[in-house]
Design a protein around this ligand. Structure first.
Ligand SMILES: Cc1cc2nc3c(=O)[nH]c(=O)nc-3n(C[C@H](O)[C@H](O)[C@H](O)COP(=O)(O)O)c2cc1C
Length: 190
């Protein structure tokens, strides 16, 4: 059911690195992005795939992991994603990309969840360094990176409490908690 899929599709940052994602699966996930909405149907997004350990490691180094958990250094080598999809904007097609990349990333993550995988979108990217490392031509704007793997952490959704704190956090059992604002707070009575 769709509501279960959406709820299950959390941002995972710790994975079982022994369970590798293959390039064919990443291609299937981009196929879901291909069928996603695009402003004026211009479809300016392009994608770079990585299911290769060496290339994955290179991409990993250019990402900002969980800014909300400053005491955490990011996943250990055996907890790292086994695949990445880099979402690019092709400036030969458009010079701004609206929210196309967010929609594409969500389609990718829902598809990953549907396959028993999971991942996380990264807006915090050392873009120019990643461009240099992968020799990405200037024509392509680096919009988002989506990490994919077999999740190896528990993530639970909580309602935002009285204090209004929306910061995600980890409890003593290393369970990752994500406070979500209540429906009543979101829907305005106007
Ligand atoms: C556009 C966007 C950019 C994000 N960038 C990062 C990022 O750079 N690093 C990171 O660890 N998480 C990133 N996230 C994940 C958010 O932190 C995550 O969505 C939020 O904590 C809520 O958790 P949930 O996705 O499980 O609901 C990003 C999410 C979105 C939508």
């Amino acid at each position: 059911m769709l509501p279960d899929l959406v709820k299950k599709s959390r941002s995972f940052r710790r994975f079982d690195a022994a369970q590798r994602v293959d390039a064919g699966t990443l291609r299937e996930l981009v196929e879901l992005a291909r069928f996603s909405p695009s402003a004026m149907n211009k479809q300016p997004l392009k994608f770079i795939l990585s299911a290769d350990a060496e290339r994955n490691e290179l991409i990993y180094r250019h990402l900002g992991w969980a800014g909300g958990l400053p005491d955490w250094d990011g996943p250990a080598p055996d907890e790292r994603p086994t695949g990445y999809i880099i979402i690019l904007g092709d400036s030969d097609i458009r010079d701004s990309f609206g929210c196309d990349h967010g929609i594409a990333a969500q389609s990718i993550l829902l598809g990953a969840t549907d396959r028993g995988l999971g991942g996380c979108m990264f807006g915090s990217v050392k873009r120019e360094r990643l461009r240099g490392a992968l020799a990405i031509p200037d024509r392509y704007e680096i919009l988002l990176v989506v990490a994919i793997g077999k999740p190896a952490e528990t993530v639970v959704l909580d309602d935002v409490g009285e204090d209004g704190d929306v910061g995600y956090w980890r409890d003593d059992a290393d369970v990752h908690h994500v406070p979500k604002r209540t429906l009543d707070e979101l829907i305005l009575d106007i």
